[in-house]
Design a protein around this ligand. Sequence first.
Ligand code: HPA
Ligand code: ZN
Length: 334
Amino acid sequence: MMTYIQGLPKVELHLHIEGSLEPDLMFELAKRNQVSIPFNSPEEVQAAYQFEDLQSFLDIYYQGANVLINEQDFFDLTWAYLLRCQQDNVIHTEIFFDPQTHTARGIAFDTVINGIDKALQKGREELGISSQIIMCFLRHLDQDSAFETLRQALPYKDKIIGVGLDSSESGHPPEKFQQVFEEAIKHGFLTVAHAGEEGPAENIHNAMKLLGVARVDHGVRCVEDEQLVEQLIQDRTPLTVCPLSNIKLKVFQDMADHNIADLLRRGLCVTINSDDPAYFGGYMTDNFVAVAEALPMTNEELKAFTLNAIEASFISEEEKQRLVAKVDQFCASV
Ligand code: HPA
Ligand code: ZN
């Protein structure tokens, strides 16, 4: 099973690049940039990663991002993630970044996007990994700040495929950002949003209705509304599920309790993703293995997660066909 999962070509659709900052790199960048961090060693950082809920994680995650200052730092962060993609046979990835986490500290928008984009370009050329960038608005900040961020992104429209919504779901529902999403859509951006992670199924419904999302990030609480589940099945609206994240943040107590296998078997377009792998204990292969160990699944079902991710990705039909062929070729060879 491990060999099959390792070799299976994978597509990642829910990855916060700031959440791929490993403790070793955090230490290296803290030293390089003379930023003080409240830890004495990478091991101490790792030991601090015990979370009670989404907010307790976010507090540590935003603190970690403080070591990212220069374009080279964003390049190094993204390149390290791409090398992990290569190890895990991730052939295409659509990554989130949180501009406001950086611009609020006085880091220029172009420093962030250029560092990320240059690494992704090198990933295409040297590793053969294709990629897209999605910019997320922080939902704990107000809509004016999101509008300002959208304005800053316009010169980089060709590098950013879509906009998303992340951070604290409780108290910050999709409707808070309806106007800025409408504006983003007018400018040609695709939209996604975190919904139904900690918040109710109603947030999933409203993300679809008011924000026009092409995919729902997480979405696991859809099961609380049967009519919504039927709609997700009918429309094939993809859910980017993050199994290890859900356990670490106590969305489910145990992987055996996770609903991802049920959702797949009911015909939803569910996918497996790593979210913030440096914080949640694993990249793509680890997430697939954790699911397959806790919820016995056939190789066909594991393959279906990749095929769903290809279907749900923001690439051309031709490119989708090319990726499907890669998956079929692998499956025929085992
Ligand atoms: N949920 C909300 N916001 C986030 C997450 C998440 O899983 N990861 C990084 N920001
Ligand atoms: Zn996320």
